[in-house]
Structure formats: C-alpha cells, structure tokens
Design a protein around this ligand. Structure first.
Ligand code: AMP
Length: 281
C-alpha cells in the first residue's frame, strides 16, 4: 500500500492507472476508522482495480468553536486497517498541501445544503463540497463510496455530481451501528460511558417512529413529536432538529406518502451526533 501526501504524486498515480484502463474507486474519510469506514472500504474494494482511501481532517468543514483541533486522529491504526482491507493508496495530504496559503476557490450547493444540519452549521457543506470536488478532480475516481449515516451529505454530493457533470458513480452504504444501535461515528469517542448508553436512544426513537409508520401513522408532526418525547427521557440529550423530509430535495413532508427520510441531530452531553432512517408506507 502506498501512502501519498502530495497532490502531484497522486495525479501521476492516477494518470499511470488511467493509461492502463484501470478502474479507480475512492473512499473519502476524515480517518479515525470505525466499522462504518471499514464497510465503505470493503464495498469499494469490490468495485475497482485500484482503491484510494483519502484521510484528511478537512478544516473547511468545521465551524468556529467546533472540534477541528480535538477531532480524534490515529493515522497509524488507520493505515493498518486500510492495508488489511486491500487499499492500494492512502491519500493523506496536509492542510497546507490541500489548501495552500491564499486559497480562495470553493464549491457551494446553495439549496439543500441550507436545510437540516445546514441551518446549524453554516459553511459546513461548502467545506464538504469543496473537499470532495477537489478530491474528485485529483483522483478522477470511476466510483466513490459514501455512508448513509450522513444522509444530507449524500443528497448534496449526488446533486453536485449531477450538476457539475462528474462522470462518477456514487455508491451509498447503509449505516453501520454499534451493538446498542448507536450509529458508528468517530465522535462517539467523546462520549462518557453514561452518555454512550443514552445515545442509543437516538436510534431507538427512530425505530419507534418506523413502528408507528408500520402501524399506519402518516402524520409527520405526530411522528416527530414521538421522537422528541422519546429523546426527552434522557437528561443528557438535547435535540437540535427532528425532521421528516424527501430524501432528495430535503423538503419537509407533512404526511408520509412515499419514501421519507427521518433525520435528527442532537447534542449528547457536549457531543453533537446525527442519525437517520428511511420509512415508507
Ligand atoms: P467521516 O470520516 O466521518 O468523514 O466519514 C467518512 C465516510 O464514512 C462518509 O461517507 C460517512 O458517511 C461514512 N460513515 C461514517 N459513519 C458511518 C456509519 N456509521 N455507517 C456507514 N458509513 C459511515
């Protein structure tokens, strides 16, 4: 497995493999691998001749007062895991290599990135679309693999790929969860033992919502209310939003008529977590 930190070197690797007609897959990550990352890497491995995993804690997608400086990092362990899963290249540029001093070019989706998390993390998705577009330009993958855990990110990336005409196939992997149902996240590391136990309520509340839909409830307001009530049973959980939306446009729905995304964000103690689930009648 090669470790590449320079953009130029990454580009020559890509050129070399394009000349040989090889298919490239990319898994973009911020590292500190958990089972979710491993599933993405495993899936991508099946879909290509050359697998590139990027590890880059993207400063652009962190707001002021967010956890950029303290975001968990463990490059050695990540490299071991990536190698074990058959990765060909880990692309791990420094922030200065990726955004040299004076950097001022950005990619911004202006509609759906303003909804859900966008309302609470201004600039976050502009950072995401900019880093992903730049990775796409450097690595020119045929396929890129993302996780459904970040449902809004998936919707925005798919829209960006369509609207900027990237010839890239986007694959989405279901959310991988810990034993108690909590969605795997590098940020789970921040949780105390007690918070981690209560954080399981996030998924439990979504599952209860799914049961309500199965039982015939269609009123989005009622379902959101039930989720909020469920979360209120923990004193350490402070919900930021609970919304039922169309999975592509992220527009709110009032009734569950077709496939609907139920997405939530909540602070568990000091840690901000997100989760989501699909429901359909
Ligand atoms: P991150 O390193 O948090 O930026 O995530 C890198 C990729 O892994 C993104 O496409 C995420 O959506 C995906 N991912 C993160 N957590 C999970 C999870 N629990 N299950 C599946 N994919 C995930």
């Amino acid at each position: 497995m090669r470790i590449i930190t320079a953009i130029k070197e990454m580009q020559s690797y890509v050129k070399h493999n394009y000349r040989r007609g090889r298919k490239i897959a990319l898994v973009p990550t911020m590292g500190y691998f958990h089972d979710g990352h491993v599933m993405l890497i495993r899936e991508a491995r099946k879909l290509c001749d050359r697998l590139v995993v990027s590890i880059f804690v993207n400063p652009l997608q962190f707001g002021r007062g967010e956890d950029f400086a303290t975001y968990p990092r463990d490059m050695k362990r990540d490299l071991d895991l990536a190698k074990e899963e058959g990765t060909n290249v880990v692309f791990a540029p420094t922030a200065d290599e990726f955004y040299p001093p004076g950097y001022s070019t950005f990619v911004d989706e202006e509609k759906i990135s303003k909804k859900l998390c966008g309302g609470f993390r201004p600039g976050h998705f502009k950072g995401v679309t900019t880093v992903v577009a730049k990775l796409f330009n450097i690595i020119r993958p045929h396929t890129a693999v993302f996780g459904q855990k970040d449902a809004q990110q998936v919707a925005i990336i798919k829209k960006m790929v369509r609207e900027l005409s990237y010839p890239i196939h986007i694959i989405v992997i279901q959310t991988i969860r810990e034993k108690n149902g909590l969605a795997c996240s590098s940020r789970n590391e921040y949780l105390t033992v007690h918070e981690r136990k209560d954080a399981a309520l996030l998924y439990a509340s979504l599952q209860k919502a799914q049961d309500m839909v199965k039982a015939g409830v269609r009123d989005a307001g009622k379902i959101a209310e039930s989720i909020r009530a469920h979360l209120a049973s923990s004193p350490v959980i402070k919900p930021e939003y609970v919304e039922l939306v169309n999975p592509n446009t992220l527009e709110r729905v009032s009734q569950i008529g077709e496939r609907t995304l139920i997405a939530l964000a909540a602070h568990v103690g000091m840690t901000r977590l997100i989760d989501n689930i699909f429901v359909e009648p």
